[in-house]
Ligand binder design. Sequence first.
Ligand code: ZN
Length: 158
Amino acid sequence: MNTEHLRNEIEAVFPFIEKPKGLALSFHKDDCFQCGYLRDELEQYQGEEIPPEAIREIHQEMSCLSAHGWCWALPSYLRFCITEEAKYNQMETEFLIYNLAPELKHELETKQRLSSLNQQQILCLIHFLEWCQQDEHWGQYCPEEISSGIAYLSTVRA
Ligand SMILES: [Zn+2]
């Protein structure tokens, strides 16, 4: 999976979508401070495509986004991860890998967050991790998380 192929696949299967409104954006609704905080932080981003600053805002908070929130964020997030800029701000890619390779106790919630993605999109996430596996930095840095993410997503896809 070279970068060119991955970019084409992301563009084909992850079109930009409208931002989910209000409470629909977050994983928890009224009763969670952290999710409320993220909703407020993201108020300034109302477009379908979100800029790198917004990805920096959410990369540690992806567990606060609902399934629809993930559908809104991933098209921009994945496109960002394959840019040159992402090589200099590596935290975003690192956290996406971790978010796709949940510990056992987080598998169920992760599955809920991935539940609005279609089969092609799940497959594209697997291809993203395969691309990370081949990357000279990521393939050395966190090979176990990448492998466990691929195995996990394969169960989500089944
Ligand atoms: Zn929450």
